[in-house]
Ligand binder design. Structure first.
Ligand SMILES: [Zn+2]
Length: 189
């Protein structure tokens, strides 16, 4: 499964083919419901203020991803912002068996907590696990400037440049090829 914070930050979608289209999936009915369901989070229908708070968190995380992708450290005030969100959503951890019998750590969110706080806390926790779990230097942003999809590079040699080699990777290859052809004089004059 993808990671919660990655899916969340990519809710700001840009057409990777460069047609200029974009879509804010946080504004799309049903998108958030699906996300909450996939990650076993309490149902939450944000009002305008709640939605704005989610977009602020998304902006914060995109800034973090950009900084990490450039190899830079996260600023202390950014870490404090994330800690503030982690602190708002108390969570209990339990060792549970999944459907296939394997043990896993399950997060149980305080039922009395505000659903918006739980969501923000869960997203911040997901991000914290990526950066504190030794993968901070694997956070990337797709090299296709039209796409800008955030992903974690899981390849052994850390060489992944595009969110999807068969899509953005191929498109960029074709563009480089065409650009080269334009600058080279034609063989038969
Ligand atoms: Zn891409």
């Amino acid at each position: 499964m993808e990671e919660l914070w990655i899916e969340f930050v990519n809710s700001e979608w840009h057409d990777w083919k460069g047609l200029g289209a974009s879509e804010d999936r946080l504004d799309k009915p049903g998108w958030l419901d699906g996300l909450l369901m996939r990650y076993d989070l309490p149902a939450y229908a944000p009002d305008e203020e709640g939605r704005a708070a989610l977009k602020r968190l998304r902006g914060l995380l995109r800034g973090c991803a950009e900084r990490l992708a450039q190899g830079g450290p996260l600023d202390d005030d950014v870490v404090a912002s994330l800690n503030e969100r982690l602190g708002r959503a108390p969570v209990t951890k339990r060792l549970e068996r999944s459907a296939d019998g394997k043990l896993q750590v399950a997060d149980t969110w305080d039922a009395a907590a505000d659903e918006g706080d739980v969501l923000q806390g869960a997203i911040a926790l997901s991000f914290a696990r990526t950066v504190a779990g030794g993968r901070a230097d694997r956070v990337r942003i797709c090299d296709n400037r039209d796409c800008l999809w955030v992903f974690v590079d899981e390849t052994r040699n850390r060489s992944k440049r595009y969110c999807d080699d068969s899509m953005c990777g191929n498109l960029m290859k074709v563009r480089r090829f065409r650009a080269r052809r334009k600058t080279e004089p034609s063989a038969n004059g």
